[in-house]
Design a protein around this ligand. Structure first.
Ligand code: LRH
Ligand code: MN
Ligand code: MN
Length: 394
């Protein structure tokens, strides 16, 4: 059985979809690759302004991507207020600020967890600088992902590193403005392989709970061991009100950073199903839906457009789950009936409804085609020479 969307009243579904926003990462627009090779693409941005301009194109054709997150210092500019008004002029806002305390030589053995107090001081100061930037950009979220960890047993004291981390985070937390948040990301491996200082949602949550209500967990969908039930983590964090954001991407193996919904659209649907079930899709729910992807072999702007559409499709399928029927089947211990309700929604083609919704909002129903026809890609290839690698030098 499939759900008959043509005859159903989809008003509430459409309203929820129209209100959904997805935040884009500035680094997705720069050149990227693997440790084997970075393939330079013609026309990629040469500075943060051009990254913002490209992100604005994604919003122009999807109507659903009104914010772009930055990395400091990858996206350092002289005047962040100027970058902000440039973005606003293009119809987008500056979103989360990411602190990159992983790129200096000083950080080889860690940042906030480093055994040397001088390095820890430098790492805390880098975060305080990010908070200053956030005041200028109007950003709400300070996104912290640390590359801290160990490659060898005995290299450092596991417990002492957690204590140093707690201390550094609390100094950063104390500097937040009243409407600002720390969103703390976890990742189970890489660049460290024996032990990572924030490897999992539990560790992130423990630190967030110790800090206070303005600290929330970031769930990057590529940061788990294969087979992890990610929607369970989503459900659990929502229960305790600590899911601050997603970094959406797809993975076949590890932190692949491929387009969200490409490797496992069913998983993305299951995640969005938990979001909808907990009423966390509301724009004021406190969950920031971000992308965190690299487009190494595909053109970047259309890849971001496609990713936004993939999130919208998974969300639409989650929204059409017949929750009353699901509840009834669950209460009746009807295992197969309950499962069918979920699968009926997942197997429904929601693309015509999303195309209609775009038309209703004055957008082209086919964002990728509309972007391709606009001539923007050809224009940036002609105008921009010597694009920057994702982050570096931009
Ligand atoms: C770490 C990570 C984190 C960084 C981004 C570039 O793997 O997911 O979110 O900010 O990649
Ligand atoms: Mn991430
Ligand atoms: Mn990652």
């Amino acid at each position: 059985m499939t759900i008959e969307l043509q005859t159903a009243d989809t008003t509430a579904v459409r309203e929820a979809l129209a209100a959904q926003t997805i935040e884009l990462p500035s680094w997705a627009f720069g050149n990227s690759g693997t440790r084997f090779k970075v393939f330079a693409q013609p026309g990629v941005p040469r500075d943060p302004y051009e990254k913002v301009a490209d992100a604005a194109q994604v919003h122009k054709y999807t109507g659903a991507a009104p914010r772009v997150s930055l990395h400091i210092p990858w996206d350092l500019v002289d005047d962040f207020a100027d970058l902000r008004s440039y973005a606003e002029g293009l119809g987008v806002q500056l979103g989360a600020i990411n602190s990159n305390v992983f790129q200096d030589d000083d950080y080889m053995l860690g940042s906030l967890c480093h055994p040397d107090a001088k390095v820890r001081r430098k790492a805390v100061d880098a975060h305080l600088k990010c908070i200053e930037v956030m005041h200028e950009t109007g950003s709400q979220d300070l996104k912290i992902w640390l590359a801290d960890g160990l490659n060898y047993p005995g290299q450092d004291n596991l417990r002492a590193r957690q204590d140093r981390l707690a201390e550094g985070l609390s100094e950063i937390y104390a500097a937040l403005g009243p409407h600002q948040r720390i969103i703390l990301e976890y990742k189970f491996f890489e660049p460290s392989f024996y032990s990572t200082d924030i490897p999992d949602w539990g560790t992130s949550l423990l630190h967030c709970m110790a800090l206070g209500e303005q600290a929330m967990v970031v769930l990057d969908t590529g940061h788990h061991a294969p087979g992890t039930n990610i929607e369970f983590i989503v459900a659990q964090l929502l229960r305790v009100g600590r899911l601050g954001a997603f970094d959406f991407n797809s993975r076949f193996y590890a932190d692949d950073d491929l387009m969200v919904g490409a490797a496992d659209p069913f998983q993305l649907f299951r995640i969005m199903n938990e979001i909808v079930d907990a009423d966390a899709l509301r724009p004021d729910s406190g969950v920031n839906f971000m992308l965190d992807q690299c487009h190494n072999i595909e053109p970047k702007i259309p890849a971001q457009i496609r990713s936004v559409m993939n999130v919208q499709e998974a969300t639409a399928k989650a929204l059409i789950v017949d929750r009353a029927a699901l509840h009834e089947a669950q209460q009746a211990s009807d295992v197969l009936g309950a499962h069918s309700v979920i699968m009926d929604a997942y197997n429904t083609d929601v693309r015509p409804m999303l195309a209609d919704l775009r038309r209703e909002h004055g957008l082209d129903p086919h964002p990728v085609g509309a972007y391709a026809a606009s001539g923007y890609a050809e224009r940036i290839v002609a105008e921009r020479v010597g694009g920057a690698q994702a982050g570096w030098g931009a």
